[in-house]
Design a protein around this ligand. Sequence first.
Ligand code: NOJ
Ligand code: NOJ
Ligand code: CA
Length: 704
Amino acid sequence: MKKNTLGYLAAMMSTVLSFQASAEADTSVNNKINYGTDVVYQIVTDRFVDGDTSNNPSGALYDSSCANLKKYCGGDWQGIIDKLNDGYFSEMGISALWISQPVENIYSVLNDTAGSTAYHGYWARDFKRTNPFFGSFADFDNLIQTAHSKGIKVIIDFAPNHTSPASESDTSYAENGKLYDNGVLVAAYTNDTDKVFHHNGGTDFSTIEDGIYRNLFDLADFNHQNTTLDAYLTDAIQLWLDKGIDGIRVDAVKHMPQHWQKKWMDSIYAHQSVFSFGEWFLSEGEVDPANHEFANESGMSLLDFRFAQKARQVFRNRTETMSDLHAMIADTDSAYNEVIDQVTFIDNHDMDRFHEPTANQRELEQALAFALTARGVPAIYYGSEQYMTGYGDPNNRGKMTSFDRTTTAYQLIKALAPLRKTNPALAYGDTEQRWLNDDVYVYERQFGDNVVLVAINRSETTSFSLNGLYTDMPAGTYTDVLSGLLNGESITVAADKSVSAITLSAGEVGVWQYTAPTNSVNLGHVGPMMARTGQQVTLDGRGFGGQMGQVMFGSQQATVVSWEDSQIVVNVPQVAAGQYDIKVVDSSNNASNSYDSFEVLDAPQVTVRFVIHDAGTDWGQNVYLVGNQDALGNWDTAKAIGPLYNQVMYSYPSWYFDVSVPANKAIEYKFIKSDGTNVTWENGSNHSFTSPVSGVTEVQVNWQ
Ligand code: NOJ
Ligand code: NOJ
Ligand code: CA
């Protein structure tokens, strides 16, 4: 009914078109920082489509039959371009592609049973060149251009943790981890006199420190404290940003110094703000506060492994219930500062594929429906819509089997993806539980007056009647957004917001939605969530009004660069470094909800390794760092950096930590010993130095 009214008005006055949700600024392909309205499709480039056989490898690198999945199989950027052009993604509603790391990889074939190759893209040798088996820079440009012309963003995988497999003693193993700068050798793993790499052996994954400063498997592990390497990785990502990419998936973030990554993100946002999300793997049932902290403080989002593992347990393995699913939703809502910026999924190239050969396809369909309507940015692993199967790596990375647009899974994505564009409740809404038992989860997403109600019955045998269901949708009758694809029916909402009794049949999913024709001032998204003073930040939402109002960072007003009803661009005000809550105040003085914990940086970031020697501690005590910068807690011991590390780069009673601090500042600092309750300060005057104007450095002192 609302639609008819709008359609009528639109026909009457062309200006009313701007009120149509599909035309909102937050849905534009030009919005590189906000993916709230997008659905991502993850492609293992080599496994998708071979669009150009002339670039295929030969010999032991290649298996044209794609039977040995450790070999290259011919897929390339031209293949993706072909599928963009034939409408496979657009028709499905996909608005972002995540592709394999595009950079040049090693050409060696490993001496293992399968004769493994770098088809996956994670064995870089030159981050400033393309993988020729995927295409040339001209092909990459063409990919970006074609994608953008279809309203589709391109996210690249990027692995700044390492180059390739290497051995400390055997220079002939693979390519000796060699790193090149547009063809010029930077360093090899052996005889690495400049220490571009770590040489601490492989990690046993026992601690975060161990995982950062030792090798991940046998991969030549970068030393991000090396000045040349730091500059190299900063330049390399800028090269790809300049190529027009719209997002970055950062590999193995748990295995790199947290603050070097913050510094790197700062350099990225200063160059071109694009949505960036890291891979911090969590196994089934694992909850790691360090993972939440990274998502909240590094400047980038994360792949939401808690979401993925729980969805698999509930819909696939059936070892957990819908109540457990809701508990995950409720807990992550507070654990992550911006839960809507985390990237949700149900499987990927490092997990068994969700669909199992003998399983009921409805399990996958329900999990997809959940991911597409839940909070977070959904990423669909290629071939899920074709019910591809495969246990473990590399069987979970098989060649794309078919491009059938009539499968139920394809139709499901096609029905739900566009709703993320038109109803902002999916992009920005809260989640409320409306009805719950072991098998049934009814949840409601709401943003302002916009509402999406979802009901899922995972039982394959039992139906449930839903009595006493309430919603925030206005009175009326609502048809299933999926048009009955998963057996959903219409619902009727009464004036008191009660939903007339319905029966959820076994395996049913119903989705109902209300898109509000007008909105009060509601702030949905701020991106990036960390930026320097003066830098541009984009605010998306609804109801900002046609006339310029104000944007407040705490009590400070930001300079408005542009103001539209659903999008505002501002410059970060010249405030002190620190965390600020952001609010939009419209021209009639109505204030929006507050968007909390935006981090203002007062200068470009540099990384400093702070080292303290002779700091012996009592049982239960650790050493922390505190100082006169926001990054060092502003002398507040409750905000001190640490506990510091004391195992790999330096050993107890020495302690160290790599910290992102503002460039060119007079820094004063001290170390403290704390058992969590009692704090012991160093004696004497503060340590001091001036931070470098760029790059990385190290300072060492003895406990005083
Ligand atoms: C995680 C990636 O997703 C995985 O596939 C890869 O092998 C490792 N990181 C190392 O790059
Ligand atoms: C206490 C420390 O001991 C001192 O060094 C530092 O300057 C002050 N805190 C700052 O308030
Ligand atoms: Ca090819």
